[in-house]
Design a binder for this molecule. Structure first.
Ligand code: NAI
Ligand code: MG
Length: 504
């Protein structure tokens, strides 16, 4: 049994993100309570804008995983017996609690991830409530079918929850990506154990605590820890009946192999190298604004759907690149908690080194030009912050590492093109297939490309992030299975049982 500890987290929303971070320190959340890790060990949570340690995170291991999964398994029996609409109503009620705490959650996520409050963190916190509300309304949609089989035999299918769901999440949009997993899992009658990302364990822990004010104990449990020590035992635990993972392709493969060994289903959401195809007949200003949003530079490019390859029809290529650089120049990089800031920091020194490596390589490539945009912050308090200037590259060839690999930083590569077939082939020439967008006023061209682009999500004249109610998930190495929609809940968090009744 783990020790229950009294965390000094406030009942009311707190706008003192540093005090809240300290209060959340050193805890998992299991069975409706904060608990200390069995090992007694913890690791640092660092504010990437200053380099200062803001909290300690509980370092979970297989013992903690076992405690959380056992509790979740106990709670699941009762939870699954609750009428589905009641479960949905409770999940929707959680949305209300989250809404009351949006400002608090936004400040806390900005503190631990370096994502700017106005452009990213507040938006993300609100989206969590939106996702919970959406799935909360779907309780009565967990329907089966009646199947014509034979006279005198009633044959029906019913949908049942899978049991305990293990959810492993990354650090880039941890609140949103977690909500896309826990909301459908819970409404479907499963209970969940979430393993947070080592870089961003605090805000998701607070959300777990807030939701426990509404949900029965044990329905939603949260562990922090490292991948091999805490994530792997979660996938391997005999009582975990499904795993849903968002993160790198590399770890996605490890998770899928471990799940295959146990013959449990997995959903994998694994990043991308998303192309943006811009035709000369597009609405130039709207497309420019769309490109700025698409590159996700407000999130320092740390987005799986970031437009990291932009193909522009030759007649407008030079003008487009020049205007794009100007737009990014006008963006303000600085303190994530400052309302004026557009662009915050990279998440960690490891990621910063990785992104720098790509930028240096691009700049050193013969024939390539890397435009450094925006400006580094000058505030001495941010001198150790993990800031990096966004880069727009031209002149790279399609076999450059910058064009082939997911950089997960504020870097985009722009190319000219002359004809539809060539640009389509280039766009599809990627290991990834998550998202794509086409910008044109010729709907014939746009729709034709929408059908022929190899991606899970194609948008014409916009490039939004994942939306509740729209199936989301990649093809090729970008993943397996869908999230965010009713179908994703039915297909990935439930199984169909056939019941036959011979009545004559
Ligand atoms: P990662 O894939 O290593 O981490 C994601 C999650 O998996 C974390 O919670 C981590 O603790 C967990 N994990 C790691 N090893 C595990 C294992 N053996 N078993 C179970 N769980 C494990 O991603 P990382 O290292 O943070 O980022 C590396 C790269 O991955 C990024 O540069 C980016 O290219 C990509 N990435 C893509 C994301 C997306 O949204 N598609 C999100 C985060 C990273
Ligand atoms: Mg990793």
């Amino acid at each position: 049994m783990l020790d229950t500890v009294q965390a000094a987290t406030p009942m009311k929303p707190s706008l003192d993100e540093k005090a809240l971070a300290r209060a959340l320190s050193g805890h998992h959340f299991i069975g409706g309570r904060f608990v200390a890790p069995r090992s007694g060990t913890s690791f640092a949570v660092v504010n990437p804008a200053t380099g200062h340690e803001v909290a300690r995170a509980a370092e979970g291991d297989a013992d903690d995983v076992d405690a959380a999964v056992q509790d979740a398994a106990r709670a699941q029996k009762e939870w699954a017996r609750m009428p589905a609409r009641k479960r949905g109503a409770l999940v929707a009620q959680c949305a209300g609690v989250i809404r009351e705490h949006v400002e608090e959650l936004a400040r806390l996520i900005a503190l631990e991830t370096g994502k700017a409050l106005r452009t990213e963190s507040r938006v993300e916190a609100n989206t969590v409530a939106d996702v919970l509300e959406f799935f909360g309304g779907l309780g009565s949609e967990l329907k089966g079918e009646s199947v014509p089989f034979a006279p005198g035999v009633l044959s029906v299918t019913v949908r049942e929850p899978l049991g305990v769901v293990g959810a492993i999440i990354p650090w880039n949009v941890p609140l949103l990506l977690m909500s896309l997993k826990i909301a459908p899992a819970l409404v479907a009658g499963n209970t969940v154990v979430v393993k947070s990302a080592e870089e961003a364990p605090l805000t998701v822990l607070r959300i777990c605590e807030l939701m426990a004010r509404v949900l029965p104990a044990g329905c939603f449990n949260m562990l922090s820890g490292f991948g091999p020590e805490c994530g792997a035992p979660l996938v391997a635990h005999p009582k975990v009946r499904k795993v849903t993972f968002t993160g790198s392709v590399e770890v996605g493969r490890i998770v899928a192999k471990a799940a295959a060994e146990r013959l449990i289903p997995t959903t994998l959401e694994l990043g991308g190298k998303s192309p943006m195809l811009i035709f000369a007949d597009c609405d130039f200003e709207a497309t420019l604004a769309g490109a700025v949003t698409s590159m996700r530079f407000t999130r320092q490019g740390q987005s799986c759907t970031a437009a990291s390859r932009i193909y522009v029809e030759r007649p407008i290529f030079d003008r487009f690149v020049a205007e794009l650089a100007k737009r990014v120049d006008a963006m303000v990089m600085g303190d994530p908690l400052d309302e004026k800031t557009d662009i915050g920091t990279i998440i960690s020194t490891e990621q910063l080194a990785k992104v720098r490596g790509f930028i240096d390589e691009g700049c050193a490539t013969a024939g390539a030009t890397g435009r450094a945009c925006s400006a580094m912050p000058t505030d001495p308090a941010l001198a150790n912050g993990l800031f990096i200037q966004p880069h727009i590259f031209t002149g790279l060839s399609n076999d450059s590492r910058l064009v082939r690999q997911e950089i997960f930083g504020p870097v985009t590569c722009v190319f000219p093109f002359d004809d539809v077939e060539t640009v389509l082939a280039e766009a599809n020439d990627s290991e990834y297939g998550l998202a794509a967008s086409v910008w044109t006023n010729n709907l014939k061209v746009g729709l034709d490309l929408a059908h022929r682009l190899e991606a899970g999500l194609v948008q014409i004249n916009q490039n939004l992030v994942v939306q509740a109610n729209l199936s989301y998930g990649g093809v090729k190495s970008s993943g397996l299975g869908k999230e965010a929609s009713l179908e994703s809940m039915l297909e990935h968090f439930m199984h169909k049982k056939t019941i036959m009744v011979k009545y004559t």
